[in-house]
Design a protein around this ligand. Structure first.
Ligand code: NAD
Length: 494
């Protein structure tokens, strides 16, 4: 018997304590060599005054064990509370979220009996950076941050995962037809790194049609790698297609540790009634056992779980008269799994007991790319104003009068749409105006926009003139060329 491995365990909120108790019972009965350290996170901790939902003692345990088995928690709405899940993922550098979804037909009713898809979701960046501002009475913003190293890590992880787990095809999903810089970077990195993996079939799909196809014919997919928000959404879609969101577990993997959890939430609507399905958390625990190298126990638990489902003992969320023999409570389900430890499923694919099975963390450390010098040149500035007037033409006239220096007004947009010069009177305008200034000589180069470098002092003197005139500047964004290439989007209609 190996020495027990210390792990941190959080029972969570809502149905969390019920499904955690039963999951730990099963792990113990199966002979998992684990030494759990219990921490409190979630609602009670938020209300005790920790805005992140986690206190200092919990961090100490996590730093020691580097492995967390976590039941879902409830994030209180509004009021400055930060999502604990996002905090944990980002603080521990858990950059890859792996969500395997497989149909359990004929044991569990589904319209997609052969579905077997793994969603690999980037876990730290994108809109989940959580940087939001109210900029004017009318307008709020959420910053979508995407970095090249962030894209490289997750894309390489996904290709390595395919190799380690014998998966043949990797599909990348983004919305780079609209977000050419952020989503475009993710797609470009996928293409670049994909060249190192000629043995893996690869394709790219726009997320909207990709989601539609996943929902319609998930059998056509193998592994999908995508950005944070899209991955969050499509993994719920695919898990639900297998029969219930209550069935799928997920692994959050990083250089600094690993976190295992069900993909569903704390289900407050059924909390405390002993009806929740513990399968999602149990599957997360199976992934954790694989991560810890306890493959034989992982297989014992997984196979006993499959046998229970095959025998038609189903919690309420997957109960179906055609496939279920009896509806069972949360603890009856756990007892049934324990009674079947050591059994092999008759129809469903059993998990092989292989001590050399591929661990969940399969990525070799990404080689650090050599830093290539990049030339960065300032060519203008977007000045965002709060302005309560209605006429873009009037704002344009006022700004034109003020821009006597080298920087000239090029255009004004409102929510991204060009409203000056030559705006359409029908365009609805808010109090949030983006005014783009570039060097005067760049404006006279014909129809193709070209940009010439300007010193930063020109930007400063422009801002002084605007403030002195009484304009209310809410933020500025610099316009750069990187290695001579435009590194900002054009306004719609620019
Ligand atoms: P949810 O996943 O908790 O529930 C959605 C529906 O699925 C509900 O009808 C619920 O009863 C059902 N369901 C979910 N898990 C089930 C299970 N194991 N067995 C049977 N039925 C199950 O989503 P929600 O209602 O949108 O969110 C509730 C709370 O959970 C929110 O506070 C949210 O912030 C939080 N949440 C936490 C996590 C996490 O901790 N990882 C993830 C998602 C949501």
């Amino acid at each position: 018997m190996p020495l027990p491995v210390p792990i941190t365990v959080a029972a969570g909120d809502g149905i969390g304590p019920e499904i955690m108790t039963q999951t730990l019972r099963i792990l113990k009965a199966a002979g998992a060599a684990l030494a759990p350290e219990f921490i409190e996170v979630g609602e009670a901790v938020y209300h005790a005054g920790h805005a992140s939902g986690i206190g200092p003692e919990a961090w100490e345990s996590l730093r020691r064990t580097r492995v967390l088995l976590k039941a879902p928690i409830t994030t209180p709405l509004g009021g400055g509370y930060k999502s604990l899940n996002v905090t944990l993922r980002k603080t521990l550098g858990l950059y890859a979220n792996v969500r395997p979804c497989r149909s359990l037909y004929p044991a569990v009713a589904t319209r997609h009996p052969t579905l077997d898809v793994v969603i690999i979701r980037e876990n730290e960046e994108d809109l989940y950076a959580g940087i939001e501002h109210q900029q004017t009475p009318d307008v709020v913003q959420c910053l979508k941050l995407v970095s090249r190293p962030g894209c490289e890590k997750i894309v390489r992880y996904a290709f390595e995962y395919c190799r380690a787990h014998g998966r043949r095809r990797l599909t990348c999903m983004t919305k780079d037809n609209i977000m050419k810089l952020t989503d475009g970077l993710f797609h470009r990195v996928f293409t670049e790194i994909g060249r190192e993996y000629p043995d893996i079939e690869q394709d790219h799909q726009i997320i909207d049609i990709g989601t539609a196809r996943l929902a319609d014919t998930p059998e056509r997919y193998d592994v999908v790698v995508t950005m944070n928000l899209y991955g969050d959404i499509i993994s719920d879609v695919v898990a639900q297609l297998t029969g219930s969101v209550g069935l799928a577990g997920s692994a959050n993997i990083g250089d600094g540790g690993a976190l295992f959890e069900a993909i569903h939430g704390s289900a407050p609507d059924i909390a405390g009634r002993n009806v929740a399905n513990p399968s999602g958390l149990l599957q997360a625990a199976v992934l954790m056992l694989g991560h810890l190298g306890q493959h034989a126990v992982a297989a014992r638990v997984h196979n006993a779980w499959l046998c229970t489902l095959e025998d038609g003992l189903h919690p309420a969320d997957i109960y179906h008269p055609a496939t279920s023999r009896r509806q069972v409570s949360t603890d009856e389900f756990a007892e049934a799994v324990i009674a079947r430890l050591g059994q092999i499923p008759r129809q469903l694919a059993a998990m092989p007991v292989r001590e050399d099975a591929a661990p969940v963390v399969s990525a070799r450390p990404a080689p650090l790319p050599e830093k290539v010098p990049v030339q960065q040149q300032l060519v203008g500035v977007d000045v965002f104003l709060r302005w309560d007037g209605q006429s873009a033409a009037e704002l344009g006239r006022q700004l034109e009068r003020l821009t006597g220096g080298r920087l000239q007004l090029k255009l004004i947009t409102n929510r991204g749409v060009k409203v000056y010069p030559d705006g359409h009177p029908e365009t609805f305008c808010t109090d949030h105006w983006r005014c783009r200034f570039v060097a005067a000589d760049a404006l006279v180069r014909g129809s193709r926009p070209e940009f010439t470098p300007v010193p930063f002092s020109d930007v400063l003197s422009l801002l002084h003139r605007l403030v002195d005139f009484g304009f209310y500047i809410i933020k500025t964004e610099h316009l750069y060329l990187l290695n001579g290439q435009r590194a900002f989007s054009l306004g719609q209609g620019e």
